[in-house]
Design a protein around this ligand. Structure first.
Ligand code: GLA
Length: 391
């Protein structure tokens, strides 16, 4: 939807004009899955799909929300923020408002707002629509109330909202990618130190295509949290043999070869995935910079295999998409992206293979599952930003 149309709906809804527009993108992770909460490495890009929020400040502490996609309204007071089952989509804004308390305690005067949300990031697909809503909400408050905080603090607060209020113990990658990504670049993040650097994605005649399996796993959040626990257990056990380690990040391939047999089989598999995946991310950065598309694609393929066999977060549908894709000429790499258990597959392929790949998947996937998948061609895009609206 165009900005002018959004402004019109806002003014009809609230009988006033918005003063700020905020946009925060979803993300797709090129490689480095389930490594962020193990203090490892990730390599996401922001995608050209954004959550847009139009907002205006208020004199009181009310936050009024209107979601254009759900055509639903909700409101709450900054002084008494509770979960809602009725409008679950607004728990993200509620979570952000709740963590603002930290800033209010530091002396910032933060009031309410009238907000209209337009969700352009597909939901439940592993493309971080939730992180985009969180970042958009935080930037809205920041701009309206001139809160002077650093990007890293914004990212940490957004993650805190998701961890503590929404109840998903996610790592830091999604909020990071939504805020700090840059057009034409991937973001190489060290999730321990939070150092990051931009890696140019300039691969002539190649493209990234996301395919949404359209399957959501109801238990995805609890399965995700279970994987986190398993990683923690692996570290606790390995600490007996490697006293210096604090997370799986500290365990080398040599270490796991030597001491891995002391772990229960399942836990060992989880640890192995993380340890090798971290190595793959570092290699992927080199290959991207060097422009070796075959080698980069191959790392993606290895990543998927590991997520399927060792981390066990794939699904029949995701595997079917990956395998079907790999049979198409010009597809260089394919892997599930995001937490897994459903959601999307990311294909890295020659531009000229996009249509043949889509055709093949539509034929095979529909026949075997009865589901029509969705495709999104994605390009490395700009991270979140806010602008004053003058009407
Ligand atoms: C979800 C989480 C991220 C990350 C990925 C898996 O997207 O929100 O923090 O852990 O899963 O790589």
């Amino acid at each position: 939807m165009k900005n002018a149309d959004l402004i019109k709906v806002f003014s009809e809804t609230y009988d006033r004009y918005p003063s700020v527009i905020v946009k925060a993108p979803g993300r797709v992770n090129l490689i480095g899955e389930h490594t962020d909460y193990n203090e490892g490495f990730v390599l996401p890009i922001a995608i050209d799909r954004y959550t847009t929020m139009l907002v205006s400040g208020r004199e009181d502490k009310m936050v009024r929300l209107y979601d254009l996609k759900y055509k639903e309204s909700d409101e709450f007071n900054l002084d008494s923020i509770e979960h809602t089952e009725l409008h679950r989509w607004s728990n993200y804004q509620r979570g952000i408002a709740k963590v603002l308390k930290v800033l209010m305690d530091k002396g910032y005067k933060i009031g309410g707002m009238d907000a209209m949300i337009y969700g352009g990031v597909p939901e439940g697909a592993g493309l971080s629509s939730s992180a985009s809503v969180e970042i958009a909400t935080l930037l809205s408050f920041k701009k309206l109330y001139e809160i002077d905080i650093e990007p890293l603090e914004i990212i940490k607060l957004a993650r805190k909202a998701e961890n503590e209020f929404v109840g998903v113990e996610c790592g830091i990658m999604d909020q990071f990618a939504s805020l700090l990504s840059k057009e034409e670049y991937a973001l190489f993040i060290d999730c321990r130190t939070l150092d990051y650097r931009y890696v140019r994605v300039s691969l002539p005649r190649c493209a990234f295509l996301v395919c949404n399996s359209m399957v959501k796993r109801e238990l995805a959040a609890s399965a995700y949290n279970a994987r986190r626990r398993e990683c923690k257990e692996a570290v606790e056990t390995m600490k007996k043999y490697l006293s210096h380690i604090d997370s799986l990040r500290d365990i080398t391939i040599k270490d796991i070869k030597k001491f891995g047999s002391y772990l229960p089989q399942e836990t060992r598999k989880r640890a192995e995935h993380v340890i090798y995946e971290n190595e793959r991310v570092k290699k992927a950065v080199e290959e991207l910079e060097y422009g070796d598309t075959e080698a980069f694609g191959d790392l993606m393929n290895q990543s998927h295999r590991s997520l399927k066999e060792l981390y066990e977060v794939s699904s029949e549908e995701l595997d079917l998409l990956v395998d079907t894709g790999k049979s198409v000429k010009g597809v260089l790499g394919a892997r599930l992206t995001g937490a897994g258990f459903g959601g999307c597959v990311l294909f890295f392929l020659k531009e000229s293979s996009i249509e043949p790949l889509k055709e093949k998947i539509l034929e095979v996937y529909q026949e075997k599952t009865g589901i029509t998948p969705q495709f999104y061609k994605v390009i490395p895009s700009r991270g979140a930003f806010s602008e004053q609206i003058s009407v």
